[in-house]
Design a protein around this ligand. Structure first.
Ligand SMILES: Cc1cc2nc3c(=O)[nH]c(=O)nc-3n(C[C@H](O)[C@H](O)[C@H](O)COP(=O)(O)OP(=O)(O)OC[C@H]3O[C@@H](n4cnc5c(N)ncnc54)[C@H](O)[C@@H]3O)c2cc1C
Ligand code: FES
Length: 496
């Protein structure tokens, strides 16, 4: 599957990786967090390298729906249930500054974007209550949100709230503009090189798949952090959600706003002015990574829903992306514990990374350059609520249960007599006591270890993305065992 954003000719210039080079800062990961941080540091005169394991945008940023909005479904009321209004206000301020910076960047660099109103809508009584709470918390945080009687959507809604003057864009336009700004300020951009580890004895040494480099500081902008210091993998829930672009029979009659349902399964809608036509973009139907028996069924449900409400529409692209929600709902950013003050990280945007990533980049670069941001201090000093602590305990109990259940299932897996799954399918079999992940994709059958190289989770087959996914902390691998998404940094061993 390829997103409508990544379906383009690659125009990025990359630099060679030179082992033993020395930098002020090395940034791992070329999604929106990594590239925005790199631009801010390079503009200040630092010598910066971005090291990307795959290609720019290959992670979540190239697989998003790219709404740049302060009305974020029902996020503010969920935060308010755990934190003081002051902390919620700091979150809004962080997002406001992230949004303003990105709008300014797009304007200065002639990156197209569309101003749009954002809506949260409800289709049920329960959803209507959630929307009401969101309205009241958003107003208390100073957002000019209003209740609206109806929407432009082709189905009925119980209620909706609206925030005017938000924006949407193509995330790959933004990444390309960030990269060209970064390189214009002397930045070095390397792709196809994976950061494996960082040591912090006597400055920082960054160990990669192609050798090591040194730096004063390292920023982990890898989605979920790839280092286990701080145990952030145990404080984040990894979820996979789906999106599609559709060609509709009457594009001129498409709605204008950006919409998100309050209820699950989530339903997200926006439009995209592609080169020659206005496309409909829908998203939603997320689930915890590696825990859905058939991700393809989730995608199909979303497509059926879209075609039902927009009859005659034709799917042009389908894709999915992985994002992380902190158990206490607040994004994490700043210095990593036990990183000797040299390792920074950002994660846990809860599907609102377009604004939160820039806020995190502003906070990290300000920290590195000795600046101060009051909202960042407030967020750092927040007290974890009892609900947040309980959610962390529940998440880790669930991880332990998943681990033991999946290993019990592996014990029952069939012995491998040379299994060859049907095209597009994968299964776990046993060779002695060893679980083996066997799949057939594009006519090629691969056998790899079915044990996640992070902390030993048993992998499950993703029939939508054709990948092996870990239900514990969300690592994902290609059929041939190459890492697609962290926290792991090690490929799966081949079993042939
Ligand atoms: C379907 C979907 C829809 C969404 N819609 C919205 C929306 O409308 N609005 C919004 O605000 N947010 C949205 N989000 C969330 C948003 O897209 C993400 O939060 C954001 O893109 C995360 O950016 P990032 O830079 O932190 O991570 P990523 O984009 O994942 O970047 C991380 C990069 O690090 C690289 N990497 C990983 N490990 C290593 C390593 N060891 N060494 C080197 N590089 C490495 C990866 O290859 C990747 O390129 C959505 C998310 C999904 C899944
Ligand atoms: S991602 Fe942690 S065990 Fe697989």
């Amino acid at each position: 599957m390829t997103s409508v954003w990544l379906d383009r000719r690659r125009t990025l210039t990359v630099d060679p990786f030179t082992p033993d080079e020395d930098f002020d800062t090395v940034v791992a990961g070329a999604g929106i967090t990594g590239l925005a941080t790199a631009v801010l540091l390079a503009r200040s005169g630092q010598r910066v390298a971005v090291i990307e394991a795959r290609t720019a945008g290959a992670g979540t940023t190239g697989n998003t729906t790219a709404k740049l909005t302060l009305l974020q479904g029902t996020v503010l009321s969920s935060l308010r249930r755990q934190y003081s209004q002051k902390t919620v206000n700091a979150y809004v301020q962080a997002n406001r500054e992230g949004q303003a910076w990105l709008l300014g960047f797009m304007t200065d660099n002639a990156v197209p974007f569309q101003k749009r109103d954002a809506y949260t809508f409800a289709m049920t009584d329960g959803g209507a209550d959630q929307v009401k709470s969101e309205l009241s918390v958003a107003k208390a945080a100073g957002l000019d949100v209003t209740e609206t009687a109806g929407t432009e959507l082709p189905f009925s809604t119980r209620t909706a709230i609206r925030l005017g003057d938000q924006a949407q864009f193509n995330p790959m336009d933004v990444l390309e503009a960030l990269l060209s700004d970064f390189r214009a300020h002397g930045g070095v951009f390397v792709d196809g090189v994976r950061v494996k580890n960082v040591s912090t004895e006597n400055r920082a040494t960054v160990f990669t798949s192609s050798g090591h480099v040194r730096a004063d500081r390292v920023v982990l902008a890898t989605g979920i952090p790839i280092l286990d210091r701080g145990l952030y993998f145990a404080k984040l829930k990894a979820s996979q959600s789906y999106a599609a672009a559709l060609r509709v029979p009457e594009p001129t009659q498409l709605f204008k706003g950006m919409y998100l349902s309050a209820e699950s399964p989530g339903r997200s809608l926006r439009t995209y002015p592609a080169a020659n036509e206005e496309l409909l973009v829908v998203g939603g139907n997320g689930h915890q990574v590696g825990k859905e028996p058939s991700p393809k069924r989730r995608l199909d449900e979303l497509l059926d829903w879209a075609v039902h409400h927009f009859p005659g529409s034709e799917v042009t692209h389908t894709w999915s992306g992985e994002d992380y929600r902190a158990v206490n709902l607040m994004p994490f950013f700043g210095k990593m514990p036990r990183g000797a003050g040299r390792i920074f990280f950002a994660t846990g945007y809860n599907k609102w990374g377009m604004t939160n990533s820039i806020a995190a980049s502003l906070a990290i670069s300000s920290d590195i350059l000795n600046g101060q941001l009051p909202w960042a201090d407030t967020i750092h000093k927040r007290v974890t609520s009892p609900a947040g602590a309980a959610a962390a305990v529940a998440l880790n109990a669930d991880v332990a249960k998943t681990l033991s259940e999946s290993w019990a299932k592996a014990e029952l897996a069939k012995p491998d007599p040379g299994t060859v799954p049907a095209e597009g399918e994968g299964t776990v079999v046993r060779k002695g006591r060893k679980p083996i992940a066997v799949s057939t994709v594009d006519g090629v059958t691969c056998r790899v270890s079915a044990v996640c190289t992070h902390l030993g989770g048993l992998l499950s087959w993703n029939d939508a993305e054709k990948s092996w996914d870990c239900p514990l902390h969300g690592s994902r691998y290609s059929p041939a065992g190459e890492v697609l998404q962290g926290p792991t940094t090690k490929d799966l061993p081949l079993m042939d």
